[in-house]
Design a protein around this ligand. Structure first.
Ligand code: ADP
Ligand code: MG
Length: 223
């Protein structure tokens, strides 16, 4: 087991640049996609080419959509929110995906937690990304534990513990680098985006992994 503190000032800059590019590329891509779909009927003989182009367009779109999370307005609204409500909403969103993979999500939440000053949508994005990673790592099913409690006098810690394949030690320091992925359909952007968002919340992410699974710890300050 090795502990990782993602250090990503460089990644943040790379992320902002990527987000700007994503913005510029998206409009022409949308046009290409639209006209391409209109051509579908004439392409019957070349169905195979059509399918390849179509799936590649979708892949570009997925990458751009993930990057665009970084391209948000400079002034993001922060509000005091209940973290339990946020997590429960995210779990509802992922219910189908976890059920399909025979994964149960077990919650353990300390009562009467203080509210967190946060941007709700961004935090949701963070929990979605980490939970998706956990689900994707648990190809045999099992349980994901979400544990939320106070730590020290001034912060909450949210732990997402899975029973998945784990991250090999030699890859641990690559996690969070833009485009680093071990998945065929992955973008390698999820953790970079999480890191970026948690930085903006003055929080911290630690990732701990072994062949028994992965533990992601997200610390968020409250005041
Ligand atoms: P993506 O999910 O698109 O690959 P991420 O940035 O979310 O991109 O994750 C990067 C890589 O980190 C993944 O491809 C995977 O190899 C590894 N990883 C992340 N979370 C986990 C986890 N819970 N269990 C095992 N490996 C993980
Ligand atoms: Mg991911």
């Amino acid at each position: 087991t090795k502990n990782l503190i993602i250090n990503s000032e460089k990644l943040t800059i790379a992320g902002q640049l990527a987000a700007g590019i994503a913005h510029e590329v998206r409009n022409p891509l949308t046009a290409i996609k639209g006209f391409f779909q209109m051509m579908e009927n004439d392409l019957k003989e070349n169905k195979m080419y059509f399918d390849v182009i179509s799936s590649e367009i979708n892949r570009i779109e997925t990458i751009l959509n993930e990057l665009l999370v970084l391209a948000r307005p400079q002034e993001v609204k922060f509000e005091k929110k209940n973290i339990e409500v946020i997590i429960n909403h995210v779990i509802t969103l992922l219910k189908t995906q976890s059920n399909l993979n025979s994964i149960e999500i077990i919650m353990s939440i300390e009562p009467n937690l203080p509210l967190i000053n946060c941007n709700e949508n961004q935090l949701k994005q963070v929990f979605i990304n980490f939970l998706k990673n956990a689900i994707e790592a648990m190809t045999q099913g099992g349980s994901i534990m979400i544990d939320i409690r106070k730590q020290y006098a001034d912060r909450l810690v949210i732990r997402i513990i899975d029973q998945g394949s784990g991250i090999p030690i030699h890859l641990l320091n690559k996690i969070g680098e833009p485009f680093f992925t071990t998945k065929e359909q992955g973008t390698g952007l999820g953790i970079m985006i999480c890191k970026n968002i948690i930085d903006e919340h003055q929080g911290e992410i630690n990732i701990d992994s072994s062949s028994n699974g992965t533990k992601v710890e997200i610390c968020l300050p409250f005041s």
